[in-house]
Design a protein around this ligand. Structure first.
Ligand SMILES: *Cc1c(COP(=O)(O)O)cnc(C)c1O
Length: 502
């Protein structure tokens, strides 16, 4: 298939650029000037449209099909969000504008901070971090400053369960902490005795997500918070799995001191392929003086002040104060992602509780469907914890082990995942959490119909009944066939062959 680099502009040029207002080319040092013109393609408008349309057909997204990528919450993104984020008062403003001219956006920021604090049981929120991982880093930095402010600088360890997302130990490590990993109990949940043995007067914090990446609710969480707090540590809640509990319970109640939210997961915002995301954090009062600065604030509007949103308040950016860790992002975070999430939250309000209920229902339904196939297929799957056991109810996602099928005919979790692509699905999350052998992790979300879940379960069973040869060489129908990941990682090619050196 031709690429845009194959077009030579024979039929004209499909782009136009504003005139350069660069007055003095001599101001660019000789060493930085191009030696020759860049080899950019020249394409006419129809060629350009075809190029991008063909590209869009080569990729896969939630708008194309079922995307059960566990932990990532790939739900439908309501289009009304896009209408709202493109309103001129939001779309056509600049971060350097005076507060008096951007009252609408500031009011949205303020309201979002308040709403996130309410649903998580926290006291203060910043919307600055632009990813869950950056939120983790920001919150752990606040916890670090909190300990320092109390002369507790000797605390140098952060505890994480072995089922944790890789970003948890990575964020703590970026703050200079040593990671203490604790093993999960045999039912996949937090091992409370292992936690007790791990805490000490060197514990700075524990990072944990609830429900866990196994899709299991940590029933011991209040006890865990007590153990960590008694040792003088802080409790950090990885909010990536908020979709399961919102409206039902909250991290504040469970004893957490700080939390991040993945607005792009829980509150809808197109994501995948690297962003853009938004990873605000919420903290309890004692940590609020360390938050990144500034945060959106408001006061009763005074005589002569504009009152853009008509509620009697004037909105402005407020400095957090001298103890703030500073800024973690230019301007004020990913405003577009914040506005979309705000629109989603405002649309549902208290009904967000129904969202969690449906996410959990979809997950349990699909798990049950997959785990109850024809007996010959049944021998090839395992779920953890096993069905029928006391702990068999899962939350918004669940894990399957492909170990049995590997033992029967050598087919791995990866082979099953690749073959699912041929059936028109995004692969489930693969080999994570690592404590489940040959793991596939499935999160259907609340926005899929029963028909889609039934079809996926049937197709999953069909895959397991196929000739192993078909699976081990899959995918067969995608634009890119099976890639050699090792080769691709070792020989990374970042330059398109159509672009010449220099
Ligand atoms: C997605 C995720 C994160 C990280 O969030 P990003 O926004 O991708 O940086 C952290 N923990 C868990 C459990 C996640 O699923």
């Amino acid at each position: 298939m031709s690429t845009v680099f194959d077009f030579n502009g024979a039929s004209g040029s499909g782009w136009s650029q504003p005139d350069s207002n660069f007055q003095n080319p001599d101001a660019v040092p000789e060493s930085l000037r191009r030696k020759r013109l860049p080899g950019w393609p020249r394409a006419s408008e129809p060629e350009l449209v075809r190029h991008y349309t063909l590209l869009s057909q080569k990729t896969f997204g939630i708008d194309t099909g079922f995307y059960p990528l566990g932990s990532c919450t790939m739900k439908h993104n309501p289009r009304v969000n896009e209408r709202i984020v493109q309103l001129p008062g939001i779309d056509r403003i600049h971060p350097l504008q005076d507060s008096s001219q951007v009252q609408g956006l500031l009011a949205i920021y303020y309201e979002m901070q308040e709403m996130l604090a309410i649903c998580s049981g926290m006291d203060a929120v910043t919307l600055q971090p632009v990813a869950g991982a950056q939120g983790e880093f920001t919150a752990i930095r606040c916890i670090q400053e909190y300990h320092r402010s109390r002369g507790d600088d000797h605390r140098d360890k952060v505890i994480v369960p072995d089922s944790a997302h890789g970003t948890n130990p990575a964020s703590a490590s970026m703050c200079g902490y040593q990671i203490i990993e604790i093993p999960s109990a045999s039912d996949g949940r937090l091992d409370i005795d292992a936690l007790r043995a791990a805490v000490g007067d060197d514990t700075a914090a524990m990072m944990i997500t609830n429900p866990s990446t196994m899709g299991l609710f940590e029933t011991n969480i209040a006890e865990a918070s007590k153990i960590v707090h008694e040792a003088g540590g802080q409790m950090y809640y990885d909010g990536a799995n908020f979709n399961a509990i919102i409206g039902k319970t909250d991290p504040g109640r469970m004893g957490f001191d700080a939390v991040h939210y993945n607005l792009h997961k829980t509150f809808s915002q197109p994501h995948g392929g690297g962003g853009p995301g938004s990873g605000p954090i919420g903290v309890k009062d004692h940590l609020s003086e360390f938050l990144p600065t500034p945060i959106a604030s408001r006061r009763e509007s005074q005589e002569g002040e504009p009152n853009g949103v008509g509620d009697g308040f004037y909105y402005f950016w407020q400095d957090v104060g001298d103890n703030s860790i500073g800024k973690v992002q230019q301007w004020n975070g990913n405003a577009g992602a914040v506005v979309r999430a705000w629109a989603f939250y405002r649309r549902y309000g208290r009904d967000l509780e129904r969202m969690s209920e449906h996410a959990v229902l979809s997950s349990n339904y699909l798990r049950h469907k997959i785990m109850n196939p024809e007996p010959d297929v049944a021998a090839k799957i395992n779920c953890m914890p096993s069905e029928g056991s006391e702990a068999s109810l899962v939350m918004h996602e669940f894990t399957l082990s492909m170990s049995p099928v590997k033992e029967v005919n050598g087919v791995t979790g990866k082979d099953v995942a690749k073959r699912l692509l041929d059936y028109g699905y995004m692969s489930p999350t693969l080999y994570f959490p690592q404590i489940v052998p040959e793991c596939l992790m499935i999160e259907p979300t609340e926005t899929e119909s029963k028909e889609v879940l039934d079809k996926f379960a049937a197709d999953f069973h069909a895959v397991l009944s196929e000739d192993p040869e078909i699976l081990t060489t899959a995918p067969h129908t995608t634009p890119v066939k099976r890639v050699d990941e090792v080769w691709a990682a070792r020989n990374l090619i970042l330059r398109h062959p159509g672009i010449e050196e220099d």
